[in-house]
Design a protein around this ligand. Structure first.
Ligand code: SF4
Length: 576
């Protein structure tokens, strides 16, 4: 398991950490660092941090602001320098972006699902249906897309960097070449360093002693480095930096027969999160890890009964397939050439640990994930938040941060009896990548995506509902945007608990120390983003909302209690 920083452990156990809401008694914090003119500033540009003593010299605020280091909390100069270094770190990561120095406008400060998968067997239009399914799952990965089809026992592959429409829409001959009645497809998002590598785009297609196999993977293996080192020691050569390749090697070196037994043997050596689709000359296989971290559903096309697998039901809807059931945690489903489905179990059995963030943010609201409609879960989280954290003194209007905060805001508004309004408009036409080297111009980026509706916000006490806060960078821009549009007060309400830990199961998260709620308590976050009050949905309320299924969900990014401890700290965040 990744070692939790000492300050994080202290913060987690402190009474203030356990609070999930904060409303400062007075507004009007100083927004400029009083020390910047006289201090060596690593950024060589004005600093906007608020030093602990500047907030309220007479009060206990030093105890409340960033729990970054106790000595820094007592020493404003040291504190300032640490904040500047933190800002510099964030700036460097943003500037790197893992894309050769390009700046990504879509840095909207969210956790990112890393992949989506689709598979189909029994339809002569398999690859075209697959591409439509991938369109529906585009929110799960925008860096690369690929499809492998099977025609009369021969596997054919097309993969490329970019959106599904860029890979398959720009050149119709690509889909034309993917003939056959079975296919698997994949969309991926990647972290730094690997996005630009076409080698990492899935599905992977490989030959072994008894034929060819293609694989598409959603998830992340926590024992990837251990397995890879073992395989390399015995002579395996790797083409990619993806953990998925390990699975192919394990299948290739397995001594068991038939192929399905090889897959079982390989999967039983994997630890972590995997929803996998395999395509061979005569079979489609779907496997979900014993904890069931990532979703995987099965359906059938109404027109011809073709079997379809997908990460979310929204992909089934698009291609006229009826949802049949989930692939159960630890289950392996084999579909033969005639469409007959058989089920096998991986050993050992585990208690399910489904990713609760699928309900909070990742999945589309029109999907059913882990057997629950996503829009209903989000609505309930928002309604619970309204009961748990009303705005002291009342508010005039509830607005969502579009699009992911929509249903939670609706739930909040209806429960609190406040009007629901679309106070921020999201532009759907912002390109994914701009080259903008200046921080000042990058800061304007949020306005490209979100435009405030002055007529709704002016003179109002506004409740803004978002799904989560990761680094806090976008939240502060949104608060500023709403204030600039004339709002009298801005109260942030977050429909999930504070994120304090990185994810090791297939979600791209910043390092723990970059997560704002890991660095500071709710009061500190409230000051940092500049809102009049801030409240998160408490973990207890989240669990109540999930009902008796609550123990079957992973909450590790809120608690740092990892159901499968990572075997290596950073290497385990390998890219899919
Ligand atoms: S750590 Fe968080 S994001 Fe990762 S699987 Fe668990 S709940 Fe999901």
């Amino acid at each position: 398991m990744a070692a939790a920083p000492a300050h994080a452990a202290a913060a987690a156990s402190s009474p203030s950490r356990r609070l999930s809401s904060f409303a400062p008694q007075q507004r009007g914090h100083a927004q400029r660092c009083p020390f910047s003119p006289s201090l060596p500033n690593p950024l060589r540009q004005p600093c906007h941090h608020v030093a602990p003593s500047a907030l309220d010299p007479s009060s206990s605020s030093r105890r409340l602001v960033p729990v970054y280091s106790s000595s820094a909390a007592q020493n404003p100069i040291l504190w300032h320098l640490q904040q500047c270094q933190q800002q510099q770190l964030q700036g460097e990561r943003a500037a790197e972006g893992g894309h050769g120095g390009r700046i990504e406008w879509n840095e909207d400060d969210k956790l990112r699902e890393e992949c989506g998968v689709v598979g189909i067997l029994g339809d002569p239009q398999a690859s075209r249906l697959c591409s439509l399914g991938l369109h529906a799952l585009q929110h799960r990965g925008q860096e690369g897309a690929g499809i492998v089809s099977c025609d009369q026992g021969k596997l054919k592959s097309v993969t490329g960097l970019g959106l599904v429409s860029e890979v398959f829409g720009s050149d119709p001959s690509r889909l034309d070449s993917l003939t056959g009645d079975s296919a698997i497809g994949h969309v991926r998002y990647s972290t730094a360093g690997a996005a630009s590598s076409p080698h990492n785009v899935q599905p992977f297609l490989a030959g072994y002693r008894f034929g060819h196999v293609a694989v598409a993977h959603n998830g992340n293996l926590v024992n990837y480095s251990v397995l890879r080192a073992r395989l390399e020691e015995s002579g395996s050569i790797f083409n990619t930096s993806s953990d998925t390749e390990v699975v192919l090697h394990l299948i290739a070196i397995s001594k068991t027969r038939p192929f399905v037994a090889r897959v079982v043997e390989a999967c039983e050596q994997l630890e972590g999160a995997y929803s996998l689709l395999f395509l061979t000359s005569d079979k489609l296989i779907a496997v979900r890890d014993p904890y069931g971290f990532r979703p995987l559903v099965m359906g059938r096309r109404r027109a011809n009964g073709a079997v379809v697998f997908a990460s979310e039901t929204c992909a089934l809807d698009l291609i006229d397939a009826d949802y049949e059931r989930e692939v159960n945690p630890g289950e392996l489903l084999v579909v033969d050439a005639n469409g007959k489905v058989s089920s096998l179990c991986l050993m050992p059995h585990r208690d399910r640990q489904a990713c609760v963030f699928e309900h909070i943010y990742f999945a589309l609201p029109n999907s059913v994930v882990f057997g629950r409609p996503v829009h209903r879960e989000r609505y309930n989280f928002g309604a619970t938040l309204a009961t748990e954290s009303p705005v002291p003194g009342g508010a005039d209007v509830v607005i969502p941060v579009p699009d992911s905060g929509f249903f939670a805001a609706l739930g909040y508004a209806e429960k609190s009896g406040l009007p629901f309004q679309q106070g921020l408009i999201r532009s759907h036409y912002v390109g994914r990548t701009f080259i903008q080297p200046s921080q000042e111009i990058r800061d304007l980026g949020v306005r490209l995506k979100l435009a405030p509706v002055r007529g709704i916000l002016e003179g109002k006490r506004v409740v803004v509902v978002d799904d989560s806060i990761v680094r806090g960078t976008t939240s502060s821009k949104i608060v500023r945007l709403i204030r600039d549009a004339g709002a009298k007060e801005v109260h942030m309400r977050i429909a999930s608990p504070p994120i304090v830990g990185s994810c090791y199961y297939g979600v791209d998260t910043p390092r723990s120390e970059e997560l704002i709620s890991n660095r500071m308590d709710v009061e500190g976050v409230c000051r940092e983003i500049g809102s009049d009050s801030l409240a998160f949905l408490s973990l207890d309320s989240l669990k109540v909302s999930l009902g008796e299924e609550a123990p079957t969900y992973c909450h590790a990014c809120f608690t740092q209690n990892y159901p499968v401890p990572p075997k290596e700290n950073e290497v385990a965040r390998a890219v899919l």
